[in-house]
Write a new protein. Structure first.
Length: 83
């Protein structure tokens, strides 16, 4: 499994967009990097959503759970992290 160099990416982003510095490392990164739960791995894409992605509708319900329309599936816990 490849490790995401999160801090390097964030610092490069700020150097580029706040300081105006040219950052070759930032230019070489894929447009999108995302983590796939279940497969437990980082993946990349040049578009969002990635090719082959399927759109589903989820509803937030009581106590932080998710549910598909018509109650077909339910998750016990929802964890959302940004950054």
């Amino acid at each position: 499994m490849r490790r995401l160099e999160y801090h390097e990416i964030v610092y490069s982003f700020f150097d580029r967009f706040l300081k105006g510095e040219k950052i070759p490392r930032l230019e070489s990164l894929p447009k999108v990097t995302y983590f796939t739960m279940g497969a437990n791995k980082w993946q990349t894409s040049e578009t969002w959503p990635p090719a082959g992605a399927q759109k589903i509708t989820l509803f937030l319900i009581q106590r932080g759970s998710l549910q598909l329309p018509h109650g077909r599936w339910r998750a016990r816990h929802v964890v959302s992290r940004c950054g």
